[in-house]
Write a protein that binds this ligand. Structure first.
Ligand code: GUN
Ligand code: ZN
Length: 425
């Protein structure tokens, strides 16, 4: 059977270097990854792999660094066209920019055009998997999954449900949200590399009845992920308090309606009460750090210390986030860590964007690491992609010092090649 040997520098993690130390990472200056049937069959020293697999088709990326494809654990593909919109904070930003754009996705042709454009943009940035919100329209989910399927990508997505506090053309009902979500789930979940995600947008745009209906759907399909937003901005939290006077806190609005669990993925999670942290940890839920969004819309500084108690993914949150790039997200995570007095090592940043996000998405056995049997989604980084980066990397004494300038200053020019299930994109 056809084997492909991809040569270059290789960086492979056994687990979270934040918890396990740098010993969890292995680096080969002249390494290789052997791919067979879309999976990683072997990895390690390049010359050794070459000797043992003389029939493999060889691609040599020389000094470039082979890492797992990046995994964006929270994004809104329909917001592609309104990324970098000026001057608003969360609620005004939603009303001014986001909702009018999302209203266009009832048009299946428009949805298909943006879905393809979005996936090509993230692939160019080295991202091979994403968990995306769609819009309220089932067509927007079909368009996204069809585009991802054409590209062979492992993606996660769901219809964004809203039955109040949104324009009329962007509102469903408790019943139609349940019915449409269930039909989409039955059509797409587990097809090829696609996973359906139950997706209430956030508590302010759902009635308790809608949250309850989606909680019931999740109870019927507990293997599905459920994604939403939690405690992103202070004004939003006050609004949630008004809308749900009986709730103990923001998380309780989900918990009370069957929307708290180990397969729950809670985006932002910045201004948490101690009870909320305890409950998230107790049930084994995952939270997602969206650093470029949290600075761009002025939300606040995520506490990476949460990673000691729960799974934490990293994400762009496009288009509240100001970039399609997980390199840019790692850089912003580093800067926010500095502002909170927590210095994140390049190994921790890279882990968050790969294995950490895979863990958050419950897919750590398939994606996010270079290891035998894993799906061969890979990103090949040119560590000297611009003169500014190259002159700094030239002084590097180890791989971390060589990688860090690309994390801080790199963009799509640093992405030399991407492989999806072993195929060059
Ligand atoms: N909260 C509810 N909807 C959204 C959204 O689309 N983006 C962000 N950043 N936060 C949200
Ligand atoms: Zn979001």
């Amino acid at each position: 059977m056809a084997e492909r040997l991809i040569l270059g520098q290789v960086l492979a993690f056994e687990g979270d270097p934040g918890a396990l130390g740098l010993g969890a990472a292995r680096h080969w200056t002249r390494g290789g990854v052997l791919v067979r049937d879309g999976r990683i069959a072997a990895f390690g020293d390049g010359a050794d792999l070459r000797g043992r697999h003389p029939g493999a088709e060889v691609t040599d990326h020389r000094d470039c660094l082979i890492v797992p494809g990046f995994i964006d654990a929270h994004a809104h593909y329909p917001q592609t066209g309104i990324i970098a919109s000026w001057g608003k904070r969360l609620i005004d930003w939603l009303n001014t920019y986001t909702f009018p754009e999302e209203a266009r996705f009832g048009d299946a042709h428009y949805a298909a055009e943006v879905a393809g454009r979005y996936l090509d943009l993230i692939l160019a940035n080295g991202t091979t998997s994403v968990a995306s919100f769609a819009t309220i329209h089932p067509e927007s989910v079909d368009a996204f999954f069809e585009a991802a399927r054409e590209r062979g990508m492992r993606v996660f997505a769901g219809k964004t449900c809203m039955d109040r506090n949104a324009p009329e053309d962007l509102r469903d009902t408790a019943q139609s949200a349940y019915d449409d979500s269930r039909a989409l789930l039955e059509t797409w979940h587990g097809v090829d590399r696609l996973s359906y995600v139950i997706t209430p947008r956030f508590s302010p745009t759902s009635t308790p009845e809608q949250l309850q209906a989606l909680g019931a759907l999740w109870a019927e399909h507990p293997d599905c992920l459920m994604q939403t937003h939690l405690s992103e901005q202070v004004d939003e939290i006050a609004w949630v308090k008004d809308l749900y006077p009986a709730a103990r806190d923001y998380l309780d609005t989900y918990e009370a309606h069957g929307l708290l669990g180990a397969n729950g993925l809670y985006g932002h999670a910045i201004h948490l009460e101690p009870r909320e942290v305890d409950r998230l940890a107790e049930v084994g839920a995952a939270v997602v750090h969206c650093p470029t969004s949290n600075t761009f819309i002025g939300s606040g500084l995520f506490d990476m210390g949460l990673a000691e108690r729960m799974r934490v993914g990293l994400a762009t949150d496009t288009g509240g986030g100001s970039s399609f790039s997980m390199l840019r997200s790692m850089a912003a995570a580093y800067e926010i860590g500095q502002l909170r007095g927590r210095v994140l090592h390049p190994a921790e940043l890279l882990w968050r964007a790969t294995g950490g996000s895979a863990e958050a998405l419950g897919m750590a056995d398939r994606i996010g690491r270079i290891a035998e049997g894993m799906e061969a989604d890979l990103c090949v980084l040119d560590l000297c992609s611009t003169p500014a980066i190259a002159q700094r990397a030239a002084r590097a004494e180890d791989v971390w010092e060589a990688l860090f300038p690309t994390i801080m200053m790199g963009d799509d020019r640093a992405v030399a090649q991407v492989y999806v299930a072993g195929q060059a994109v």
